[in-house]
Design a binder for this molecule. Structure first.
Ligand SMILES: *[C@@H]1O[C@H](CO)[C@@H](O)[C@H](O)[C@H]1NC(C)=O
Ligand SMILES: *[C@@H]1O[C@H](CO)[C@@H](O)[C@H](O)[C@H]1NC(C)=O
Ligand SMILES: *[C@@H]1O[C@H](CO)[C@@H](O)[C@H](O)[C@H]1NC(C)=O
Ligand SMILES: *[C@@H]1O[C@H](CO)[C@@H](O)[C@H](O)[C@H]1NC(C)=O
Ligand SMILES: *[C@@H]1O[C@H](CO)[C@@H](O)[C@H](O)[C@H]1NC(C)=O
Length: 565
């Protein structure tokens, strides 16, 4: 009895660190809301919230924890970040913003690797060797800002730093981009090397795909503040699809503001699917944890515990998520698509966009008809080309074979869901779906499954079969639904060909051919310094610079403000 008590106490107080020889490590990702308050209050509260999570019982055996993008600090509380090569611990040398010192001490106290995303500041005047090599010259203030991931080790030391490469819309006014993309990765004492990047970076080749293809990184850390878009780019759908396509582990932590389109975090094990993931209807603070199988070449894959699949039941009314706001993908308007009959049961079709063709076989069975309920219409679509964008921010080259939901027969009604006020019924369920396409071989290419149900979650890997066959100049991909499904919003193959066509974002400093830094104080309209609206130093050519024109235009539009971070 005494022995038992002793063992129990031992279990309670001894932290079980994973060893390099263990087949798994224990990871956590945190979904965290964007708190209210003044800039300083906001940061103090967020830091307090992070610390409460780090010091809770839930983190006892965690090896690594990841927090989301954007929600921790802001320009007012931007912090310097030491060079990771210096192995500096802010807990020992508190020369940084208070929150970073506190979180460094919390990491050390709890012996957990902690990944933070924060607003970093850097001095860039001549006295500081001009700072980093960015597209923009050093502003007159002598301070520049980055959207940065910082990794603390179990001693609270900063061991890795990554500065975001693909900024989102008006973020270009606030943050700098390095001319030489950061490729950041770090080793851990449990034998896993992690690479990391941020949010929108997931849709681009540099550095996300470089980590996987060139550095052979198998475990990726991903703080994000994602704006979900229907039908292909909602948060968990993209995270799971990206991890599946690359067959890597992915730890994704998202901000939480569902009415602002942001929520969806998870831990994914590549082709083995998600280990744990959630997308929420209300702002949520949630730690999601999982034991992640290590990927060691030459060693057998760790057997994940089998998940018992629920037995399929046809359901006229199924639960659906209605509080997550979403963007609409306007690319679908230029896809070749065909509307299916409202009560179709068996369809075999080939849809072509120019020379690119997709084969579809779809079968449904009747559940019941109800005249007072709305029902989704479905379209089959094919597209291959470079006239698409990623959420209307950057150009893209995509190839898509997909079935997706629409509110009615009009193409412009696709990419929306019925509001909570409408009762929606599954008058038929999907019995089987087969989609096939041939995707031209390319060195820069990622082909992923893109699936989504009414709860804004992708289908689990047990529900579909994915087959890739390499032919001489193309890869034949087949996606097959292998379990019946009541509700579907998206079921398709979505390929990213990582276009090299540049996007200028209407901002001079991002134009690749305009990389001669201007000495500060010189007025030149065609080479305008990008000045943030909140900057107290007046821009030298405020009245004419594109950036300030857009800033003032944006201040007229409430939705723009939301995007300006
Ligand atoms: C910093 O920039 C100035 C102006 O472009 C240049 O003259 C100087 O050599 C640079 N200093 C360093 C250390 O690169
Ligand atoms: C990555 O793996 C490939 C193939 O196994 C190998 O040729 C290459 O040297 C590796 N690269 C690194 C950076 O380890
Ligand atoms: C569906 O139609 C195809 C041909 O159009 C046919 O071969 C197949 O047997 C049909 N399947 C069912 C379940 O009716
Ligand atoms: C887009 O693709 C078309 C067709 O392959 C090609 O002719 C065109 O040059 C591409 N556009 C750009 C800007 O690369
Ligand atoms: C502004 O910069 C452009 C490109 O560097 C140059 O061609 C132009 O002469 C400059 N204009 C002024 C007014 O300095």
């Amino acid at each position: 009895m005494l022995l038992l008590v002793y063992i129990l106490i031992l279990i309670r107080v001894t932290k079980q660190l994973s060893l390099p020889s263990d087949p798994t490590y224990f990871a956590g990702v945190v979904e965290f809301p964007n708190l209210e308050g003044s800039d300083r209050q906001h940061t103090a509260l967020a830091s307090e919230g992070y610390r409460a999570i780090l010091e809770s019982d839930q983190t006892n055996d965690l090896d690594i924890i990841v927090f989301p993008e954007y929600v921790l600090n802001n320009r007012e509380t931007a912090t310097f970040v030491p060079d990771p090569n210096d192995r500096m611990s802010p807990c020992i040398s508190p020369d940084y913003e208070m929150f970073l010192v506190e979180l460094s001490c919390a990491a050390r106290s709890r012996k957990i690797y902690v990944v933070l995303n924060l607003k970093e500041k850097e001095l860039c005047g001549p006295a500081y060797g001009n700072g980093s090599n960015t597209y923009n010259a050093c502003p007159e203030t002598g301070v520049r800002y980055f959207n940065t991931n910082v990794v603390l080790d179990r001693e609270g030391r900063i061991i890795s730093r990554y500065r975001k490469t693909h900024l989102w819309r008006h973020e270009y006014y606030k943050n700098e981009v390095l001319k030489q993309t950061d490729i950041s990765y770090f080793d851990t004492d449990f034998g896993v090397t992690f690479g990391h990047f941020i949010c929108f970076d997931m849709l681009f080749y540099e550095p996300a795909m470089q980590l996987v293809h060139e550095k052979n990184i198998t475990d990726i850390i991903y703080p994000t503040y994602w704006f979900s878009e229907l039908p292909f780019l909602t948060a968990v759908q993209l995270q799971e699809g990206w991890a599946f396509a690359n067959n890597v582990n992915l730890l994704a932590a998202d901000g939480s503001d569902p009415s602002g389109k942001t929520t969806g975090s998870g831990i994914y094990a590549g082709r083995a699917g998600r280990l744990a993931a959630g997308i929420f209807e209300e702002p949520t603070t949630r730690l999601i944890t999982a034991r992640v199988p290590k990927r060691r070449p030459g060693q057998p894959a760790y057997e994940l515990p089998t998940v018992v699949q629920p037995i399929f039941q046809p359901q006229l009314i199924s639960q659906r998520s209605t509080k997550l706001a979403t963007f609409r993908d306007y690319n679908v308007d230029i896809f070749s698509s065909e509307l299916l009959d409202i009560d179709f049961m068996n369809v075999s079709k080939t849809i072509c966009h120019h020379d690119f063709c997709c084969d579809f076989n779809v079968q449904r069975n009747v559940i019941g008809f109800s005249s007072d309920h709305a029902a989704y219409r479905y379209r089959l679509a094919a597209y291959w080309g470079n006239e698409t964008t990623f959420i209307r921010v950057d150009r893209s080259e995509q190839a898509v074979c997909a079935l997706f939901a629409c509110l009615d027969k009009e193409l412009y009604s696709c990419g929306y869901t019925f509001p909570s006020t409408r009762q929606v019924a599954n008058q038929l369920y999907f019995n089987s779906i087969k989609i096939r396409g041939s995707f031209a071989t390319a060195s820069r290419r990622l082909i992923m499954p893109s699936t989504l149900d009414g709860m804004m979650m992708p289908l689990s890997v047990a529900q579909y079969k994915w087959t890739e066959t390499e032919l001489s100049r193309e890869t034949r991909v087949e996606l097959e639904l292998i379990q019946p499904k009541n509700d579907l919003l998206t079921f398709g193959i979505w390929a990213n060909y990582f276009t090299k066509i540049p996007t200028l974002h209407n901002l001079d400093h991002m134009q690749p051919y305009r990389n001669q830094p201007q000495s500060s104080g010189t007025s030149n309209t065609s080479n305008a310094n990008i000045n943030d609206g909140s900057n107290t130093t007046p821009s030298v050519n405020n009245s004419t610079s594109t950036a300030s024109a857009i800033t003032s235009l944006c201040s007229l539009m409430a939705f723009c403000l939301m995007l300006q971070f």
